[in-house]
Structures are given as structure tokens and as C-alpha cells.
Design a protein around this ligand. Structure first.
Ligand code: ATP
Ligand code: MG
Ligand code: MG
Length: 373
């Protein structure tokens, strides 16, 4: 999705991805694209040797290699955005939480947990049940989360998260947040430190995977919108470097907000910006890291909804059905293999009101078996 605005701005994009036929490489043909792991220092060094500015679309990356690319003493050095130190803090969700807490940004109570049953029971005593046990690193789409409902779950939790041998610095626990809504705000930060945010949106997760995004967030208390925007901008301003950041938050029944996590890159909850905003999160990411003027983050339609198409079955059928819906844009990613829960594409539907987009998305929700959403 970064490749489309890059092409329109005549930007030469070289992509490193483990897959030779990665979706991004299908979109933008280039003889110099590389195949390699995001943890492979050599592959990152090779990419750095070919580019002027290096950016990431995933935080699970070798930050030492990025640091080395930036401070390469012998040859030329490369601008890395956002800063490798930012990626290092964010990629470890426990360090990220500590960082936010130290900056007085609200987060749910949390604590470090060793990979033992007794450590989990101690966390349960401290935080109460249920609580969320999370892996510190390499988490995405809820892989790395386990809801510990009672003491009896401790062993299963360790097994599910691949721990149990007393591992240190692998897990942490979070107090359960009885949220009424999940809110996300995309924030773009320019090279000069300018910060602009997109309208707060409502995200609906199923099994810890983002399922729907409604833009803008419907709130009876309009103050929530302002506070979400301020909290997201404040949080992003604490990190070094340019680019787009996705800020995930919890809204509770008393109207208070806390931050769940931050992604240092374009984010699923900002896909809707492609069709619904004056400048998409992707174009703004490119503008930010290049030091170009930031684009407007305003909605250009009254309302939008995004539905993720998760693998299998039914992705193609849902996509075909979406072609009948006015205001719908289908995005299929060209991933070779469909697996349960894998994001294979998404559909964004725009409309003249919240009621209209909700009516337009209904056939897809029925087809996906979630009519109540
Ligand atoms: P992503 O794909 O967004 O990176 P992730 O794997 O990093 O996801 P989280 O964002 O930590 O996982 O959690 C996924 C979802 O699980 C959240 O969006 C929320 O629905 C639920 N969740 C996470 N933490 C808590 C909590 N402390 N209390 C209640 N629900 C939670
Ligand atoms: Mg995450
Ligand atoms: Mg998340």
C-alpha cells in the first residue's frame, strides 16, 4: 500500500521481504528488490547500500542492523525513519509500556512475568482474574496473547505461549481492561517534529484480530474524540523519528482512555484513509520520512468502514459480493497462501453517513457470519 503513492510521487522504492513474490513486489516492479529476513543483518546492510532513506512496515526487525546502517562510518550512511531506538522500544511491548508509563501516559497496570507457573499465579494475585498474559516480542494479531481466567489456566498459558522453562524477559502480564470500545488514532510526525493526527476511529476485534474499523468514532461524549487525539499525539511525540504511527486505545464506561499499544508504521486501523481521507496514511508516511510537506489528515467523506478479509474460507466470495456495493473498494493482497486468520485483503466502504455505511456493509457481515456487528 506504500508502493502506490510512491509510484505517483516518482519515488524509487526498493523492497526487502522474505518472499520473492511478496505483495509489495507485485505492485511495484524493480530489478533491485531483495529477498531476505527482517532479522538478517546482511540483508538489511545490502538494502541500506542501495537506498538514501530506509523505513519499515514492521517493527519486528533487527534494530542493531538499522543502527549500523545509520551510522556506517566507512561508506555513506543512510537515513533511517523512524529512529532505530524507537523501533527497539516499541518492538518489546513490556519496554513500550514502561516507556509510556514513564511519560505519564495512561496504560493498564502491568508487570513482568517469568515463564513459570508460580510467576503466573503471583501475577494473578496482583492483577486479579481474568488478566492478559502477553509475549513481549514478535506479537501480532493476538498471537502472543493468552487470557488467563483462573489459576487453572497457568499451565495451558505457558504451553500456548511457548514458555514454561523459567524464561526471563519473555512474558509480561496486563490487568484486564473492561473496555466499552477500542479506539485507534493514526498520527503522522514530520522530520521537523510536526505532528498531525487522523480522526479517531472505532476498531472491533474478533479473537484479538482487527475485524472492523468505523471512521469516525461515534461517541456520545464529544470530549472523548479530543482526548483521544491529544493522548495519541502526546504519546507519539515522545518517540524519535518521522513517519506514521498507529495508536491503539481502550475506552472504558467512565469515559477514560488508556493506551493498549503503539505501532511505529502504517497500521491496519488506518487502511480506511486510502479512500476516506485527503491524504492517506501511506502517502503521509512517505511525505514524513522524506521531509516533504505533510498532507491533510481530514476525512473527505462523512463516513467509512473497513472490513478485514481473513483467510479462509470465503475471501473471494466476500470480495466478489463487495463489488456490488456502492462506495466499496476491494483490496486483495496477492498472498500466495491463505491460512485461518491470515489477512488476505480488506474492503473499505465510504458513504454519506454512518447509517449509510452500516447499511452498505451489512451484506458482507452477514456473509462473514457476524450480522450483529
Ligand atoms: P496487533 O495485531 O494489533 O499488533 P497484538 O498481537 O500486538 O495485536 P494486542 O494489541 O496486545 O495484540 O491485543 C490484541 C487485542 O486483545 C486487543 O485489541 C484487545 O481486543 C485485546 N486485549 C489486549 N490487551 C487487553 C487487556 N489488557 N484487556 C482486555 N483486552 C485486551
Ligand atoms: Mg501489536
Ligand atoms: Mg494491537
Amino acid at each position: 500500500m506504500l508502493a502506490y503513492p510512491a509510484a505517483l510521487l516518482n519515488l524509487d522504492l526498493i523492497i526487502l521481504d522474505p518472499l520473492p513474490n511478496a505483495p509489495s513486489k507485485q505492485v511495484l516492479n524493480h530489478s533491485e528488490h531483495l529477498s531476505g529476513s527482517f532479522t538478517d543483518a546482511q540483508a538489511i546492510a545490502e538494502l541500506a547500500s542501495k537506498v538514501d532513506i530506509l523505513t519499515v512496515e514492521i517493527e519486528h526487525i533487527n534494530t542493531d542492523a538499522l543502527e549500523a546502517a545509520r551510522s556506517s562510518s566507512g561508506g555513506r550512511s543512510v537515513d533511517v525513519q523512524p529512529a532505530p531506538s524507537t523501533l527497539r522500544t516499541i518492538q518489546d511491548k513490556f519496554l513500550q509500556k514502561q516507556w509510556l508509563e514513564a511519560k505519564s501516559i495512561p496504560v493498564a497496570p502491568f508487570q513482568s512475568v517469568d515463564g513459570t507457573e508460580s510467576a503466573i499465579l503471583a501475577a494473578g494475585k496482583q492483577l486479579g482474574y481474568p488478566f492478559m498474559l502477553k509475549t513481549r516480542k514478535l506479537a501480532y494479531d493476538g498471537r502472543g496473547n493468552f487470557v488467563v481466567r483462573s489459576q487453572e489456566d497457568a499451565q495451558e498459558a505457558l504451553k500456548a505461549l511457548g514458555c514454561g522453562n523459567g524464561e526471563k524477559e519473555t512474558l509480561y502480564a496486563e490487568k484486564w481492561v473492561p473496555f466499552t470500545k477500542e479506539v485507534a488514532v493514526m498520527v503522522v510526525r514530520g522530520k521537523n517534529g510536526e505532528v498531525r493526527s487522523y480522526p479517531p476511529v472505532e476498531t472491533i476485534h474478533r479473537n484479538s484480530i482487527c475485524h472492523l474499523v468505523f471512521a469516525p468514532l461515534r461517541a456520545t461524549d464529544q470530549g472523548v474524540l479530543q482526548r483521544a487525539k491529544e493522548m495519541a499525539e502526546k504519546a507519539v511525540a515522545t518517540f524519535e523519528g518521522a513517519g506514521v504511527f498507529g495508536v491503539e486505545m481502550f475506552l472504558t464506561s467512565d469515559g477514560s482512555l488508556s493506551i493498549n499499544e503503539i505501532a511505529p508504521r502504517p497500521h491496519n486501523s488506518g487502511h480506511y484513509t486510502i479512500e476516506a481521507c485527503e491524504c492517506s496514511q501511506y502517502e503521509n508516511h512517505l511525505r514524513a520520512i522524506l521531509g516533504l510537506p505533510l498532507g491533510s489528515t481530514k476525512l473527505k467523506v462523512p463516513s467509512a468502514v473497513m472490513v478485514n478479509l481473513l483467510g479462509p474460507p470465503a475471501v473471494d466470495e466476500v470480495a466478489n459480493n463487495a463489488l456490488h456495493i456502492p462506495g466499496a473498494t476491494v483490496h486483495l493482497y496477492g498472498k500466495a497462501e491463505s491460512r485461518p486468520g491470515r489477512k488476505m485483503g480488506h474492503v473499505t466502504i465510504v458513504g454519506s453517513s454512518d447509517a449509510e455505511v452500516r447499511a452498505r456493509v451489512r451484506p458482507l457481515l452477514l456473509q462473514l457470519g457476524h450480522p450483529q456487528d
